[in-house]
Design a protein around this ligand. Sequence first.
Ligand SMILES: [Zn+2]
Length: 480
Amino acid sequence: MSSSDRPVVFRNGLVITMDDTHTIIPGGDVLVVGDKIEQIGTGLEVPEGTEEIDAAGGIVMPGMIDTHRHMWQTAMRGYGADWTLTQYFVWYYLESGKLFRPEDIFAGNLLSAIEAVDAGVTTSVDWSHGLQTPDHADAAVDALESVPGRFVLAYGNIQQGPWEWTNSPGFRDFVRRRIDHGKLEGFQIAFDVPGDPAFPEKAAFEAARELGVPVNTHVGVWGATNDNGVKMMYENGFMTPENIYVHAATLTNDSYSRIAATGGSVSVSTESEQSAGQGYPPTWQLRKHGIPVSLSMDTSVWWSADLFAAMRATLSADRSREHMEAHGKQETVTNHHLRAENVVEFATRGGAKAIGKDDKLGALTPGRQADIVLIKNDDSPAMFPILNPYGHIVYQANRADVHTVMVGGNVVKRDGKLVGTDLPAARAKVGATVDYLRGTLGEEAWQRGMNPQIPESEMFDNPYQYSDYEPGKADENIAE
Ligand SMILES: [Zn+2]
């Protein structure tokens, strides 16, 4: 990654460092030299020729980190907005996922990578489970490497058992070619453990151990993965600190204890859990077990790739749960446990810790990589006054307020405009993928996939209905 030749200073912003003591510096400066943060403070003296970015009226924060995003699915943006997990599994796992060609993986990843950077997500873990051949994997990496953000490839393949593809010559050759000397920020292996007592996934865990890479796995997903999977991972010694457990929404205390005791972290995708049905977003459980949390958006086939939305939903879901449980006991919550500050931590430092990069990313401190987001929008009434910095990030700002983004000292978005990315080319490629899929599926299947049946709704009798009008009998009502 090429960083700017001359130093850059963010001037006079509200600097949220997310350092160990969560230092906040009003009217603060952040000086970047090369790819690293050189100095943070107020009224900094800077080398001659330093480029100044006026951060006045804005918030300067660390680049956000998403630890679980199925980037290839961005080619189908919004298509599954009304899906449950069942429709998702049918569409991608059983019916249409295998239609995706390498160029379709490329297209989805390219648009998703650009979208991430644009929204201030400077590091994304690509939970890439559409890699049915090494050609698909090459296409995924080609796309990620062409965008000036940081990407961790979590290699997956839903068309084969993980014990098969992790030990295939093609996969091992891919790792040698693209990972060992590549430009990616990291590499993980992505698969799930549905709970077959024979534990066939053991060979995949052994492959990960042999390669020395983390496993990123969906656990506690209602109807798909449960405590049995966690138990087998634990009893076979595969629960290690570098692993990421996605969702972890429907588990018993025993499973949470196993995660906590072995040092792994949970990637919470609140918008996904609330809508798809994996289980209640689990921060209310995780905080009682002391399990580290990072955030993720899961997939843009349903939701936006927007970590502001993730922070907001996560904070609200935790509080919603707390109130609901209290009201069930005729009690009142007078003080919230989870704070805006916590979810900002999850979205930044929590992600850095989850991917094993806490010495390098996730906070604004001298020596760390200069992955910086300036939230500033002088045209927005919602950006004034900024009184509660964390609260402002979570509940007031949104991704349209991402003014400037820097990755490794390189400005990749400036004044609200992307720099060094070819969005029109990505649009054209995604357009071609959509045309291909729509044409292959046929219009009827395309529409059916997007519009699942609506179940019959229960309607209660309403004793306060005074008129004789009966819904659904409009003609008779009029005739009388
Ligand atoms: Zn997922």
